[in-house]
Design a binder for this molecule. Structure first.
Ligand code: SF4
Ligand code: SF4
Ligand code: SF4
Length: 383
């Protein structure tokens, strides 16, 4: 199923976070602004609006910080959606979390989530290097490491889920530290009980200007994409022999045909509510008030006076028209219906244009497509 079929309402719950990841895509912004948390009033109105206009009853919690940092709000939103008179009984709940939460949270998670993607970079030495605990939270977790807390939560959730409809998977950022260790990671996750993994090659963080005019950022980025592709292919084949799904962000549309890359092109079927009261089309644009070059992705806003969402129709149309069958560089590409013109968020962040091109990613997508071709529908779509 092409990734654009992932229909859901996402809540970008809060900017609060208990980790200090070295590559945090918005750490700089988050540290510069005051903390923001999505008001319940907007979340509630978002559910009413989304349920009225859409068949999907899938809801999802995501950044810009760690959603479980606002646990009471997360529970309240879930309860509201699940008890909604408009088919609330069909609600399914997904979260992308860093997995660093306390025992009371994991007990609730066991009974309320259906899909839990753990942002997890693999073996403890890498996890510790890439995703260390924020020292301010050291006491809460009894001075344990982030790897220790995460492993413990994952093992506990998997060993206690019994016949519940709950999948606990990993969403792995691949950096130069783990690019050559993908087979080792397959074994590591397998031993923890994880059977679904999506890997994402490191991408540029979002700043105030596109990367193409940010020399410092360009120079500090160093990722061996060819090595990622080669190691990914080996790990993919090895994982298959163990019954583990080893996915790549570059292959998210290999299981179907679409000229769209993802839900970002159809934002009203998969809106994301930001903590500051905007509707975003993309996971990379988590605050709406000052989106800078990522402005094309802010497609609406909560109006506190009218208590309704205002939609920016021109921007929605612009996203609707961004497809691989229309862009010059995609028209003759062998992978055009299985790539959809690549990730809009990364493209705009890097080139400043919705129809820009990243030649490194194109080469990698095509190589993966030549090697792997199309496949059966993915059971769990990339977050
Ligand atoms: S868990 Fe997410 S939000 Fe928190 S520091 Fe890491 S990347 Fe940033
Ligand atoms: S980050 Fe890329 S894949 Fe994710 S929603 Fe944005 S455009 Fe789509
Ligand atoms: S690989 Fe590149 S050229 Fe081909 S569809 Fe994707 S973005 Fe377009």
């Amino acid at each position: 199923m092409p990734h654009c079929n992932k229909k859901m309402l996402s809540f970008f719950l809060t900017t609060k976070c208990n980790l200090c990841c070295i590559y945090c895509y918005n750490a700089k912004t988050r540290n510069e602004i005051k903390e923001h948390t999505l008001p319940f009033e907007i979340a509630k109105a978002g559910i009413d609006w989304y349920f009225e206009k859409n068949d999907s009853r899938h809801i999802r919690f995501y950044g810009p910080g760690e959603p479980t940092q606002e646990f009471e709000l997360l529970k309240k939103i879930t309860d509201y959606a699940k008890s909604h008179p408009n088919r609330g009984e069909n609600v399914t709940v997904e979260i992308q979390t860093n997995g660093i939460f306390t025992k009371d949270i994991r007990e609730w998670a066991l009974n309320n989530f259906n899909i839990m993607w753990m942002s997890f970079d693999g073996m403890p030495d890498i996890q510790e290097h890439n995703r260390p605990l924020n020292p301010l939270y050291s006491d809460v977790f009894e001075h344990r490491s982030s790897a220790d807390v995460l492993e413990d939560n994952v093992r506990w959730l998997i060993s206690n889920r019994e016949n519940r409809n709950l999948m606990v998977g990993a969403r792995v950022t691949i950096t130069n530290a783990n690019v050559n260790r993908q087979i080792e990671m397959v074994d590591y996750f397998y031993n923890l009980g994880i059977r679904y993994v999506w890997t994402n090659p490191l991408f540029y963080s979002v700043g105030k200007v596109p990367v193409c005019i940010d020399e410092k950022k360009k120079q500090s980025y160093n990722f061996k994409m060819e090595s990622y592709v080669d190691n990914y292919l080996d790990a993919y084949k090895y994982a298959k022999t163990k019954g583990v799904f080893w996915g790549s962000f570059l292959t998210i549309n290999f299981d179907g045909e679409s000229s769209y890359h993802c839900r970002c092109c159809t934002p009203l079927s998969a809106p994301h509510l930001t903590p500051d009261g905007y509707i975003s089309a993309c996971d990379m644009v988590v605050l709406g008030a000052e989106p800078y070059h990522m402005n094309p992705f802010i497609v609406g806003k909560w109006n506190p006076s009218t208590k309704a969402f205002e939609l920016y129709e021109d921007k929605i149309k612009q996203l609707n028209s961004r497809c691989s069958t229309e862009m010059e560089h995609c028209k003759n590409c062998v992978a055009k219906l299985h790539c959809g013109g690549y990730c809009l968020g990364e493209t705009v962040n890097e080139t400043g244009k919705l129809d820009g091109q990243n030649l490194v990613k194109c080469k990698a997508v095509r190589k993966l497509f030549e090697e792997l071709g199309t496949c059966q529908p993915y059971k769990y779509l990339h977050p």
